[in-house]
Design a protein around this ligand. Structure first.
Ligand code: APR
Length: 240
């Protein structure tokens, strides 16, 4: 049951990207050491790529899923989880990330708009299942039993992100929009700031100016593990 909106406290929408997980040891996509510097996204992160070479795509996501076992939430994830627990007003954390670091940090009012590495989806029976191990074309679906239909429950380029109705409602109501650790290059997430600017205060926390930096009322540049706890402390000071 969502908390009743408190008119004295701003309704908050937070968008995160790969930059918030970088200090936990997970590569971003477009930094010099990023995933898309080593791989071509059209070969790994599209439905066509999966149809063309499912073993290659499974291998890419199996390696990223396995890497989650060796990383932990950092101070930025933990600060957002504390805000989630203590903020009496409306709040929604929308992440583009498919890692589970926000979940493990304890954020509850959380939406993975690009899916989750630790889930599989069956293209035959549409089941969405928690998934820890490697996936392959030989893996049978635990729900319908057929093999060859399971895919990572990840939103690939050209596919519809998850939860857009809920995100739209939250953006319509938000008084404060905070973007953290994203290059602002991938839509629809990159359009959220333009959607709310002028009626919500907009803040960017990023290592360097993102593509959309000029659209924000305020931009703070530096590592997320420094910037996010500081902003959360400012917000929590308002609600005692
Ligand atoms: N603290 C704060 N920001 C950081 C840090 C850090 N420690 N390290 C990197 N950044 C910033 C970078 O400056 C960059 O602007 O995080 C951003 C990461 O940008 P991308 O690598 O493009 O990742 P993201 O914006 O999440 O990508 C969006 O693209 O490939 C698709 O689906 C994928 O969800 C992903 C989407």
């Amino acid at each position: 049951m969502p908390r009743p909106a408190d008119p004295a406290l701003p309704a908050i929408v937070i968008l995160t990207g790969a930059g918030i997980s970088q200090e936990s040891g997970l590569a971003t996509f477009r930094d010099p050491d990023g995933l898309w510097q080593r791989h071509r996204p059209e070969e790994l992160a599209t439905p066509e790529a999966f149809a063309r070479d499912p073993a290659l795509v499974h291998g890419f996501y199996n390696a990223r899923r396995a890497q989650l076992r060796g990383v932990s939430p950092n101070a930025a994830h933990l600060a957002l989880a504390e805000l989630d627990a203590r903020w009496p007003g409306e709040l929604l954390l929308v992440t583009q990330n498919v890692d589970d670091l926000h979940d493990r940090a304890g954020s509850k009012r959380l939406l993975h708009m690009h899916g989750a590495l630790r889930e599989a989806r069956c293209t035959r029976c549409a089941a969405v299942l928690p998934w820890e191990e490697d996936l392959s074309t030989a893996t049978p679906c635990p729900r319908c039993g057929t093999a060859g239909g399971l895919r990572p429950n990840i939103v690939w380029f050209g596919e519809m992100p998850v939860g857009m109705d809920r995100i739209g409602r939250a953006l319509d109501r938000c008084d404060l929009f905070v973007s953290i650790g994203t290059s602002g290059l991938v839509y629809p997430a990159a359009s959220f700031v333009a959607e709310v600017r002028g009626r919500a205060r907009t803040v960017e926390l990023n290592l360097e100016p993102s593509a959309g930096s000029a659209l924000f009322d305020e931009a703070r540049h530096g590592p997320a593990t420094a910037l996010v706890p500081a902003l959360v402390a400012e917000l929590l000071a308002r609600c005692g």
